[in-house]
Design a protein around this ligand. Structure first.
Ligand code: MSP
Length: 501
């Protein structure tokens, strides 16, 4: 029986176009979704845009257009960018979508009727960049550490969410890893936040009209976060009924970076408990990119767009470079210089060169009247698949790629050591097995690369005389067995996979 795998990215704010930070999360989720589809899991991958709230409203005002029109334009930018990066999401959810808004209203009404939402008064320090209230402790010299801006003092009549009622239950779930927070350092951080217990929070706004109207008080709109969180359910066609989870729920992984962990580990589980729904299984926190040592920002002018990357390195090149840039789960510094070096080393000289060399050698082999001869070398490849699968199941994305690179280096070494071109000249029968080993290993490498570089993977399979569409319909066990390649493989030359930069 196949397992269920539901993965989400955060839904992105539309106050700016997608950059490589949001692309990073989205490609990573895509890699995991493609891997789970390959191993036969019943997979659903959701991404989308978070369109309400003060911050989005303010930018539409600045551009002098209606917020809905602005949302439509910007949301389309995200969809286009994800298409250009070959992202295989099963749905794209927008919070201004009518069905989403109706479900949010129904859910909030339920929470209100149950007494989990009550009328109160709220005042505090609000950072519109984060769309969150901050405590003095959160600030760095009075400024929001993420946005370097001074939060404004807000005091408003507000509907409050009784988050405090769920504090103990969530804390226990986190402690017992029923709600797993990875990496462990982040789990520790969150548990220390739980020490004093959760406080009730404001769940409605009067200072903006750009949001979902509260059904029982039309003068107020929902705070943007509860509206946003419910995307994880409405993206699965949930209509807002408490206690009734959609088939793919709970999420196996909510992928994100550290900037939004705290809200995901507090507000979101509390809302789910209030709605009688199961908690997600895992919050996975990946690292944060700095560019040339600085946080990407419009004012510094160091924002890298996915388009720029694609122009320079191609779609698969960009996907590869982002996924291998830093250990997944750790912050890291990226730069075009580092990307250039890695592209040339791993893709142009590594994978691309290996495939080209091996195809040329095989054609020479055939020209010399020799053939490919099957070997029985299953042990090593079985081990490799096991280790690769383990890594991707544990979301060690860069480690899985590193492992594939080791296979490439191994083959490069084997070619240098055995010098097949000399053996072909002397028509040594030994070379028939050597070349089979090389090509069959390339077949496995191309499949291991499938989640990362889907187009390249197809091109390599085609060069080995295999129809990728048919091949991918096979079940994972058959697909990954040694000896898939026929002795009569119709090998053909292909264009250079990764031209040198
Ligand atoms: N709209 C909220 C999320 C609501 S989810 C219910 C939001 N949006 S956001 O556009 O600000 O996206 C934040 C997320 O984008 C981060 O958690 C991370 O996934 C990704 N990244 C943004 N910049 C990034 C880097 N520089 N590096 C890595 N990831 C980055 O928060």
């Amino acid at each position: 029986m196949s397992n269920k795998f539901y993965i989400t990215t955060p839904i992105y704010y539309i106050n700016a176009k997608p950059h490589i930070g949001s692309a990073y999360t989205t490609i990573a989720a895509d890699v995991l979704a493609r891997f789970h589809r390959m191993i036969g899991d019943d997979t659903f991958f959701l991404t989308g845009t978070d369109e309400h709230g003060e911050k989005n409203e303010a930018i539409a005002k600045k551009e002098n257009i209606d917020p809905q029109e602005y949302s439509d334009k910007m949301s389309a930018e995200f969809e286009l960018t994800w298409d250009s990066l070959n992202i295989s999401n099963d749905n794209f959810i927008r919070t201004t979508n009518k069905k989403h808004k109706q479900a949010v209203q129904k859910a909030l009404q339920y929470m209100y009727d149950k007494g989990y939402i009550y009328k109160g008064e709220h005042s505090g320090l609000y950072c519109p960049g984060c769309e969150q209230y901050k405590t003095e402790k959160d600030l760095d010299k009075g400024l929001c550490p993420d946005h370097k801006t001074k939060p404004k003092v807000v005091s408003e009549e507000s509907y409050m969410f009784k988050m405090s009622a769920f504090s103990n239950k969530i804390k226990k779930a986190i402690e017992k890893d029923e709600l797993l927070i990875t990496p462990k350092s982040k789990k520790k951080e969150i548990l220390s936040f739980y020490k004093d217990g959760l406080k009730d929070i404001s769940f409605s706004r009067t200072n903006t009209t750009w949001g979902v109207e509260l059904p029982w008080d039309k003068k107020q709109v929902s705070y943007v976060w509860p509206d946003a969180f419910l995307n994880y359910l409405t993206g699965l066609d949930w209509s807002g009924t408490a206690g009734k989870a959609p088939k793919m729920w709970p999420a196996n992984v909510h992928l994100m970076s550290k900037d939004i962990l705290r809200v995901h580990a507090t507000i979101w589980p509390a809302m789910l408990l209030a709605l009688d729904l199961p908690l997600p299984k895992e919050l996975f926190i990946h690292g944060f990119f700095l560019v040339d040592g600085h946080k990407m920002s419009k004012s510094i002018g160091n924002v890298i767009s996915p388009d720029e990357l694609i122009k320079k390195y191609g779609v698969d090149g960009s996907r590869y470079l982002l996924m291998s840039a830093t250990p997944f789960g750790h912050d890291g510094d990226i730069s075009f210089q580092k990307f250039d070096e890695k592209y040339n080393a791993d893709l142009a000289n590594g994978l691309g060169n290996l495939v080209a060399r091996s195809l040329t050698l095989t054609l020479k082999l055939f020209d010399a009247g020799l053939k490919l001869k099957k070997t029985d070398d299953s042990q090593e490849i079985d081990k490799a698949w096991k280790s690769y699968s383990n890594k991707l199941e544990n979301i060690e994305i860069d480690k899985a790629l590193k492992m594939v690179n080791e296979q490439i280096q191994y083959l490069d070494g084997l070619i240098t050591k055995t010098k097949p071109w000399e053996l072909i000249k002397t028509k040594s029968a030994k070379v028939e097995k050597i070349m089979y080993n090389i090509l069959e290993t390339i077949y496995h490498i191309s499949l291991m690369l499938l989640p990362f570089m889907p187009e390249t993977s197809d091109k390599i399979l085609e060069s080995l005389g295999i129809d990728p569409t048919k091949e991918k319909k096979k079940n994972f066990k058959d697909l990954t067995k040694w000896g898939r390649l026929s002795e009569k493989a119709k090998v053909k030359k292909i264009d250079i996979l990764f031209p040198r930069i």
